[in-house]
Design a protein around this ligand. Structure first.
Ligand code: MG
Length: 159
């Protein structure tokens, strides 16, 4: 039995915040605002995994109203979700994600992001895809107002 899930997230870019994607600190003049560390890429992957197992979404499990999750490292939440899936008998086949950001250029960080997600999921890097795209200047991403992430995940029932 296999199940596919989709995830999406967007956070605004603001001055005075660190830019963290898949747990990787990326040097930039702005960072992603949010209750947690604002790691939109990790949040999209969390939602893809939870969606595949029909277990709700990131807000169901880690509500932003809960002070325990203030400034939390999102990779920690991803690790917890991976553990939750294991406990329910799911094996992660692969995850794949796309980040949309005009600036900074994220391509130099793609390998580190794949490693970060793979380590949190206990998955070899050849099962973790990350692509960095721009919108050629269009829309909020193009204006540098925010960063979007999309992800899919495939789960298989462990036998
Ligand atoms: Mg989020």
């Amino acid at each position: 039995m296999m199940r596919v899930g989709i995830g999406f997230d967007v956070h605004p870019l603001e001055a005075g915040r660190k830019l963290v994607l898949a747990g990787v600190d990326i040097p930039f003049e702005k960072g992603l605002a949010g209750h947690s560390d604002g790691d939109a890429l990790t949040h999209a992957v969390v939602d893809a995994l939870l969606g595949a197992a029909a277990l709700g979404d990131i807000g169901t499990h880690f509500p932003s109203s809960d002070p325990r999750y203030r400034a939390v490292r999102s990779l920690l939440l991803l690790e917890r979700v991976a553990g939750m899936l294991r406990d329910k008998g799911w094996r992660i086949e692969n995850v794949d994600a796309t980040i949309v950001a005009e600036r900074p250029r994220l391509t130099p960080f793609v390998e580190a992001m794949r490693k970060g997600l793979g380590a949190a999921l206990d998955l070899p890097i050849d099962r973790v895809g990350v692509k960095a795209k721009t919108t050629d200047g269009l829309g909020y991403a193009g204006r540098g107002e925010g960063i979007t992430a999309y992800a899919v995940a495939l789960l298989e029932q462990a036998s």
